[in-house]
Write a protein that binds this ligand. Structure first.
Ligand SMILES: Cc1ncc(C[n+]2csc(CCOP(=O)(O)OP(=O)(O)O)c2C)c(N)n1
Ligand SMILES: [Mg+2]
Length: 532
């Protein structure tokens, strides 16, 4: 039997949930949790803005496929974190935001930093809770964690009044629940598998689109087995990128528009039919294409487009089941289609190769991406934060395994990059981390980076005004853009052996910032990190 503060109870719940680090910007209302973290051995990473803390927790969740935690002061601390929570909500990232709150005993009297927080967070979380009594802290927190991790993952919010965090109580009065998260791996029913088998048997031009669900359900191996057996081209997006390594014969990146527009059967795995897929409608998808969708969230099935088949469950389990219903002759039957998609892929690559080799000053987005691609190994984690610069990089930078690529997700929040990259480095100190950030995206965060960028390699893109626009217009339009494309091709054709690299560095177009000193705090180091 021991006496614990409410703050210590919070830390104990987090420790038991496997949380190694929490991200914060300090505030008096949450000090008892810091003390608890010191006692329990949970590292506290201090940032310079609550939005950065929320983005770090989001990244922590994505990289660990577990719960990521940010703790912030009440009132403005919570409102500052809202953007990070909203981004995590759209990206289905299971982060827990713990908000301090004015003392329960002073509620409604106009206490410092007091405001209605639960109602603010409710529409952008899977659940927003308030703790009404110190002994309920473990129950409410574990309910929140279970909510975040169950089914379709997503963020949750818990506010804890400061007087409850300071209350001391006997540990037997507030036992910490165990075995409180269960993630049943839903399978497809036999009738649905039969339907899938028939759809595949009739398909002449099948296409698979694999999204972040593949990463969350750890389904890359199952996807590879299915794609290989069916001989079907696979296009990957978001955290699903890299599920099939770039060199795999069924992996494609550039021919997506052509393949989707011509496909007669599209299998959409773990990604919604949102703007990224043209809402599943023409002209992105053919009007009469038969669409099969598999998602952990049944509410996504049939959104924006009628489906030939909708399956809710675990992507790994269902893909392994699907392998058994692929007709044996399918791969050879659809081989001409795979060849046609490959031809389009090669052609598209050749079109971009001109821009990837261009010596333009300022450097083109494609050239920058091509240079980065040269140093990306299976170990590298690549973070994309920006507009066109990231769109171009996603076409050029080849990935080798899932979970290698992090970007904001469908909310498209500029400025996640530094937090994502530094969290990646925190969790994987031995792996190279590259942040590809637009000047716009990085400009929002530059000051917050100030103190110690630790050991992430930051690739800074300068002078972006012309870069991609020149290339993009040349690709898309027949007017002045085509002239620019011809000029770019001519420039690229001029061989200047050896000169390129040196000149590029001399002009400082791409610069690598490496750490001078310092490290992120380890377990139990306490509030001494500095990362924003
Ligand atoms: C927080 C936030 N503010 C504004 C936007 C709107 N927005 C989308 S792309 C973009 C410009 C991005 O510029 P940069 O990072 O330099 O990338 P570029 O497109 O120039 O390569 C803006 C402002 C956004 N997505 N997120
Ligand atoms: Mg820019």
């Amino acid at each position: 039997m021991a006496d614990l503060t409410g703050g210590r109870l919070v830390a104990r719940v987090l420790k038991q949930a496997g949380v190694g680090h929490v991200f914060t910007l300090c505030g008096g209302h949450i000090l008892p949790i810091y003390d608890g973290c010191l006692d329990e051995g949970v590292a506290v990473i201090d940032t310079r803005h609550e939005q950065a803390a929320a983005h770090c927790a989001d990244a922590y969740a994505r990289l660990t496929r577990g719960i990521g935690v940010a703790m912030v002061a009440p009132g403005p601390g919570v409102t500052d974190a809202v953007t990070g929570v909203a981004n995590a909500f759209a990206a289905r990232s299971p982060m827990l935001l713990i908000g301090g709150a004015a003392p329960l005993g002073l509620r409604g009297l106009g206490a410092l930093q007091e405001m209605e927080q639960v109602a603010l967070l409710r529409p952008i979380t899977k659940g927003a809770f308030t703790v009404a009594e110190a002994r309920q802290i473990p129950e409410v927190l574990t309910t929140a964690i279970r909510t975040a991790l169950s089914g379709r993952p997503g963020p949750v919010f818990v506010e804890i009044p400061v007087d409850l965090l300071m209350t001391t109580l006997e540990d037997r009065l507030a036992p910490i629940p165990t075995a409180y998260v269960h993630r049943p791996r839903g399978a497809a029913e036999p009738a649905a598998l039969e339907t899938l088998g028939r759809l595949l048997a009739d398909a002449e031009r099948p296409v698979v689109v694999a999204g972040g669900g593949i990463w969350w359900d750890d389904a890359a191996a199952a996807l590879t087995a299915f794609a290989t057996r069916a001989g079907v081209p696979v296009f990957m997006s978001g955290a699903g990128r890299g599920a099939l390594p770039a060199g795999h014969p069924n992996a494609f990146a550039q021919a997506r528009s052509m393949a989707l527009a011509r496909a007669d059967v599209v299998v959409v795995l773990g990604t919604p039919l949102d703007f990224r897929l043209g809402y599943g409608r023409p002209p992105t998808f053919a009007g009469d294409a038969k669409v099969v969708m598999v998602d952990v969230d049944a509410a996504e099935l049939g959104r924006n487009r009628p489906l030939a088949l909708g399956l809710a469950g675990d992507l790994g389990v269902i893909l392994r089941q699907a392998v058994d219903v692929v007709p044996t002759s399918m791969a050879s039957r659809v081989a001409p289609w795979l060849t046609a998609v490959r031809a389009e892929e090669v052609q598209s690559r050749q079109r971009l190769a001109v821009f990837c080799a261009a010596d333009d000053v300022p450097i083109t987005h494609y050239r920058l991406a091509a240079e980065i691609a040269r140093v990306v190994s299976p170990e590298t984690i690549v973070v994309g934060d920006g507009g066109d610069v990231v769109g171009c990089a996603s076409k050029i930078v080849a990935l080798h395994r899932p979970g290698q690529w992090l970007d904001p997700g469908p909310l498209g929040c500029l400025g996640v990059g530094p937090s994502f990259a530094l969290t990646a480095k925190l969790l994987h100190p031995d792996r190279p981390v590259i942040l590809i950030a637009g000047d716009g995206a990085l400009g929002r965060q530059r000051r917050r980076l100030g103190a110690d960028p630790q050991s992430a390699a930051l690739v800074l893109r300068r002078g972006a005004r012309r870069g991609h626009l020149a290339a993009g217009h040349a690709l898309r339009s027949a007017g002045g853009g085509a002239r620019r494309a011809r000029r770019a091709r001519a420039r690229a054709a001029r061989p200047r052996p050896g000169a390129r690299e040196g000149a590029r560095q001399q002009r400082g177009l791409v610069c690598q910032r490496r750490p001078r000193s310092g490290r992120l705090p380890e377990h139990g180091d306490g509030v001494d990190g500095d990362l924003s």
